[in-house]
Design a protein around this ligand. Structure first.
Ligand SMILES: Nc1ncnc2c1ncn2[C@@H]1O[C@H](COP(=O)(O)OP(=O)(O)O)[C@@H](O)[C@H]1O
Ligand SMILES: [Mg+2]
Length: 211
Protein backbone atom coordinates (compact mmCIF):
# COMPACT_ATOMS: atom_id res chain seq x y z
CA UNK A 1 0.00 0.00 0.00
CA UNK A 2 1.23 3.49 -0.81
CA UNK A 3 1.88 5.61 2.23
CA UNK A 4 0.52 9.10 2.00
CA UNK A 5 -0.79 11.92 4.09
CA UNK A 6 -4.40 11.68 5.32
CA UNK A 7 -6.93 13.08 2.89
CA UNK A 8 -10.66 13.62 3.37
CA UNK A 9 -12.84 14.26 0.33
CA UNK A 10 -16.63 14.70 0.45
CA UNK A 11 -19.09 14.55 -2.44
CA UNK A 12 -22.22 16.65 -2.33
CA UNK A 13 -25.25 17.47 -4.45
CA UNK A 14 -28.99 16.87 -4.61
CA UNK A 15 -30.32 13.36 -5.22
CA UNK A 16 -29.79 12.25 -8.80
CA UNK A 17 -27.05 14.85 -9.35
CA UNK A 18 -24.46 12.15 -10.03
CA UNK A 19 -22.30 12.24 -6.90
CA UNK A 20 -22.30 8.50 -6.07
CA UNK A 21 -21.19 7.76 -9.64
CA UNK A 22 -18.24 10.13 -9.28
CA UNK A 23 -17.14 9.02 -5.84
CA UNK A 24 -17.25 5.34 -6.78
CA UNK A 25 -15.09 6.03 -9.85
CA UNK A 26 -12.57 7.99 -7.81
CA UNK A 27 -12.54 5.22 -5.19
CA UNK A 28 -11.70 2.56 -7.78
CA UNK A 29 -9.12 4.74 -9.46
CA UNK A 30 -7.27 5.37 -6.18
CA UNK A 31 -7.58 1.71 -5.20
CA UNK A 32 -6.08 0.68 -8.56
CA UNK A 33 -3.18 3.01 -7.92
CA UNK A 34 -2.47 1.27 -4.62
CA UNK A 35 -3.71 3.87 -2.14
CA UNK A 36 -5.32 2.94 1.15
CA UNK A 37 -8.75 4.37 0.42
CA UNK A 38 -12.21 4.05 1.97
CA UNK A 39 -15.63 5.07 0.73
CA UNK A 40 -18.55 5.62 3.09
CA UNK A 41 -22.06 6.80 2.39
CA UNK A 42 -23.98 9.11 4.65
CA UNK A 43 -26.05 8.56 6.56
CA UNK A 44 -24.53 5.12 7.15
CA UNK A 45 -21.15 3.45 6.97
CA UNK A 46 -21.30 1.71 10.37
CA UNK A 47 -23.76 -0.77 11.86
CA UNK A 48 -25.33 1.88 14.12
CA UNK A 49 -25.28 4.58 11.42
CA UNK A 50 -27.07 2.26 8.98
CA UNK A 51 -29.82 1.77 11.58
CA UNK A 52 -30.14 5.54 11.97
CA UNK A 53 -30.26 5.76 8.15
CA UNK A 54 -33.30 3.48 8.09
CA UNK A 55 -35.15 5.77 10.50
CA UNK A 56 -34.17 8.89 8.55
CA UNK A 57 -35.14 7.63 5.11
CA UNK A 58 -38.28 5.69 6.09
CA UNK A 59 -41.20 7.30 4.25
CA UNK A 60 -43.55 6.29 7.07
CA UNK A 61 -41.80 8.72 9.44
CA UNK A 62 -43.85 11.68 8.19
CA UNK A 63 -44.06 13.25 11.67
CA UNK A 64 -40.28 13.63 12.15
CA UNK A 65 -39.45 17.17 13.29
CA UNK A 66 -36.70 19.12 11.50
CA UNK A 67 -34.54 19.21 14.66
CA UNK A 68 -34.89 15.46 15.23
CA UNK A 69 -33.89 14.95 11.62
CA UNK A 70 -30.83 17.17 12.00
CA UNK A 71 -29.74 15.50 15.25
CA UNK A 72 -30.09 12.03 13.76
CA UNK A 73 -27.88 12.99 10.81
CA UNK A 74 -25.23 14.20 13.23
CA UNK A 75 -25.60 11.10 15.44
CA UNK A 76 -24.99 8.89 12.42
CA UNK A 77 -22.08 11.09 11.34
CA UNK A 78 -20.41 11.11 14.76
CA UNK A 79 -20.54 7.32 14.89
CA UNK A 80 -19.03 7.10 11.40
CA UNK A 81 -16.17 9.46 12.10
CA UNK A 82 -15.37 7.94 15.52
CA UNK A 83 -15.46 4.38 14.27
CA UNK A 84 -14.07 4.67 10.74
CA UNK A 85 -13.01 8.06 9.44
CA UNK A 86 -10.66 9.29 12.17
CA UNK A 87 -8.85 5.95 12.54
CA UNK A 88 -8.31 5.78 8.75
CA UNK A 89 -7.00 9.35 8.64
CA UNK A 90 -4.70 8.58 11.56
CA UNK A 91 -3.27 5.70 9.51
CA UNK A 92 -2.55 8.20 6.72
CA UNK A 93 -5.24 6.86 4.38
CA UNK A 94 -7.74 8.51 2.06
CA UNK A 95 -11.42 8.73 3.00
CA UNK A 96 -14.14 9.53 0.48
CA UNK A 97 -17.56 10.48 1.84
CA UNK A 98 -20.73 10.27 -0.23
CA UNK A 99 -22.32 13.25 1.61
CA UNK A 100 -21.02 14.98 4.74
CA UNK A 101 -21.77 18.02 6.89
CA UNK A 102 -22.61 20.31 3.93
CA UNK A 103 -25.60 18.04 3.23
CA UNK A 104 -27.05 18.93 6.63
CA UNK A 105 -26.49 22.64 6.08
CA UNK A 106 -28.04 22.46 2.60
CA UNK A 107 -31.00 20.16 3.42
CA UNK A 108 -31.88 20.91 7.03
CA UNK A 109 -30.60 24.51 7.00
CA UNK A 110 -31.50 25.92 3.60
CA UNK A 111 -34.13 23.25 2.77
CA UNK A 112 -35.95 22.94 6.12
CA UNK A 113 -35.12 26.46 7.26
CA UNK A 114 -33.34 25.52 10.51
CA UNK A 115 -30.93 28.24 11.61
CA UNK A 116 -27.44 27.69 10.26
CA UNK A 117 -26.11 28.77 13.63
CA UNK A 118 -27.91 25.94 15.46
CA UNK A 119 -26.61 23.42 12.93
CA UNK A 120 -23.06 24.70 13.31
CA UNK A 121 -23.33 24.41 17.11
CA UNK A 122 -24.33 20.76 16.85
CA UNK A 123 -21.61 20.22 14.25
CA UNK A 124 -19.06 21.47 16.75
CA UNK A 125 -20.10 18.75 19.20
CA UNK A 126 -20.56 15.99 16.63
CA UNK A 127 -17.59 16.49 14.33
CA UNK A 128 -15.37 19.04 16.04
CA UNK A 129 -12.73 20.54 13.78
CA UNK A 130 -12.91 17.87 11.09
CA UNK A 131 -13.22 19.58 7.69
CA UNK A 132 -12.84 17.99 4.27
CA UNK A 133 -9.67 18.87 2.38
CA UNK A 134 -11.83 18.97 -0.73
CA UNK A 135 -15.58 18.99 -1.30
CA UNK A 136 -16.84 18.11 -4.74
CA UNK A 137 -20.24 19.64 -5.41
CA UNK A 138 -22.03 18.11 -8.37
CA UNK A 139 -24.52 20.82 -9.26
CA UNK A 140 -27.30 19.50 -11.48
CA UNK A 141 -30.58 21.24 -12.37
CA UNK A 142 -33.62 19.72 -10.67
CA UNK A 143 -35.28 18.40 -13.82
CA UNK A 144 -32.12 16.63 -15.00
CA UNK A 145 -31.57 15.14 -11.52
CA UNK A 146 -35.20 13.95 -11.37
CA UNK A 147 -34.92 12.29 -14.79
CA UNK A 148 -31.90 10.39 -13.49
CA UNK A 149 -33.91 9.06 -10.53
CA UNK A 150 -36.79 7.75 -12.63
CA UNK A 151 -36.24 4.10 -11.82
CA UNK A 152 -35.55 4.68 -8.12
CA UNK A 153 -37.78 3.88 -5.14
CA UNK A 154 -37.78 7.36 -3.55
CA UNK A 155 -36.87 7.69 0.15
CA UNK A 156 -38.34 10.26 2.59
CA UNK A 157 -36.07 13.12 1.50
CA UNK A 158 -36.03 12.23 -2.18
CA UNK A 159 -39.83 12.39 -2.11
CA UNK A 160 -39.79 16.03 -0.89
CA UNK A 161 -41.33 18.76 -3.05
CA UNK A 162 -39.54 20.73 -5.77
CA UNK A 163 -39.31 23.95 -3.72
CA UNK A 164 -37.45 22.09 -0.96
CA UNK A 165 -35.02 20.63 -3.48
CA UNK A 166 -34.50 24.00 -5.15
CA UNK A 167 -33.72 25.64 -1.79
CA UNK A 168 -31.31 22.80 -1.06
CA UNK A 169 -29.56 23.17 -4.41
CA UNK A 170 -29.23 26.92 -3.92
CA UNK A 171 -27.95 26.34 -0.38
CA UNK A 172 -25.18 24.16 -1.76
CA UNK A 173 -24.26 26.84 -4.30
CA UNK A 174 -24.08 29.42 -1.52
CA UNK A 175 -21.76 27.15 0.50
CA UNK A 176 -19.48 26.74 -2.51
CA UNK A 177 -19.43 30.50 -2.96
CA UNK A 178 -18.58 31.02 0.72
CA UNK A 179 -15.65 28.59 0.64
CA UNK A 180 -14.27 28.58 -2.91
CA UNK A 181 -10.97 26.98 -1.89
CA UNK A 182 -12.54 23.93 -0.29
CA UNK A 183 -15.16 23.38 -3.01
CA UNK A 184 -14.77 22.06 -6.53
CA UNK A 185 -18.00 23.03 -8.28
CA UNK A 186 -18.97 20.74 -11.15
CA UNK A 187 -21.67 21.19 -13.77
CA UNK A 188 -23.54 17.90 -13.38
CA UNK A 189 -24.90 18.17 -16.94
CA UNK A 190 -21.45 17.28 -18.29
CA UNK A 191 -20.81 13.65 -19.17
CA UNK A 192 -19.69 11.15 -16.54
CA UNK A 193 -16.25 10.89 -18.19
CA UNK A 194 -15.69 14.63 -18.45
CA UNK A 195 -16.56 15.03 -14.76
CA UNK A 196 -14.31 12.12 -13.82
CA UNK A 197 -11.41 13.84 -15.60
CA UNK A 198 -11.96 17.11 -13.73
CA UNK A 199 -12.17 15.31 -10.38
CA UNK A 200 -8.99 13.34 -11.01
CA UNK A 201 -7.09 16.41 -12.10
CA UNK A 202 -7.90 18.19 -8.83
CA UNK A 203 -7.22 15.13 -6.67
CA UNK A 204 -3.89 14.59 -8.44
CA UNK A 205 -2.93 18.18 -7.69
CA UNK A 206 -3.65 17.66 -3.99
CA UNK A 207 -1.88 14.28 -3.86
CA UNK A 208 1.11 15.81 -5.64
CA UNK A 209 1.36 18.45 -2.94
CA UNK A 210 1.02 15.90 -0.14
CA UNK A 211 3.56 13.29 -1.26
N1 LIG B 1 -22.87 13.10 -15.65
C1 LIG B 1 -23.87 12.26 -15.85
N2 LIG B 1 -24.52 12.26 -17.03
C2 LIG B 1 -25.56 11.40 -17.23
N3 LIG B 1 -26.00 10.50 -16.33
C3 LIG B 1 -25.39 10.46 -15.14
C4 LIG B 1 -24.30 11.33 -14.85
N4 LIG B 1 -23.88 11.07 -13.58
C5 LIG B 1 -24.66 10.08 -13.12
N5 LIG B 1 -25.57 9.70 -14.05
C6 LIG B 1 -26.62 8.67 -13.90
O1 LIG B 1 -27.65 9.25 -13.12
C7 LIG B 1 -28.15 8.32 -12.16
C8 LIG B 1 -27.98 8.93 -10.76
O2 LIG B 1 -26.58 9.06 -10.47
P1 LIG B 1 -26.01 8.90 -8.98
O3 LIG B 1 -24.55 8.99 -9.10
O4 LIG B 1 -26.58 7.68 -8.34
O5 LIG B 1 -26.60 10.21 -8.31
P2 LIG B 1 -26.65 10.63 -6.76
O6 LIG B 1 -25.71 9.74 -6.02
O7 LIG B 1 -26.21 12.07 -6.76
O8 LIG B 1 -28.07 10.50 -6.33
C9 LIG B 1 -27.37 7.02 -12.36
O9 LIG B 1 -28.16 6.16 -13.17
C10 LIG B 1 -26.13 7.46 -13.10
O10 LIG B 1 -25.62 6.46 -13.96
MG1 LIG C 1 -26.12 8.52 -4.30
Amino acid sequence: MKTNKPLLISFEGIDGSGKSTQCKMLYHELLDRGYGVHLYREPGGTKISEKIREILLDRENVEMSPVTEMLLYFASRNQLISEKVLPALQRGEIVLLDRFVDSTIAYQGYGRDLSLESIRKVAEVAIGELTPDLTILVDTPLDTAEDRMDHRQLDRLEAENAEFKERTRNGYLQLAKDEPHRFLLLDGRESIDVLKGIVLERVDQILGRLT
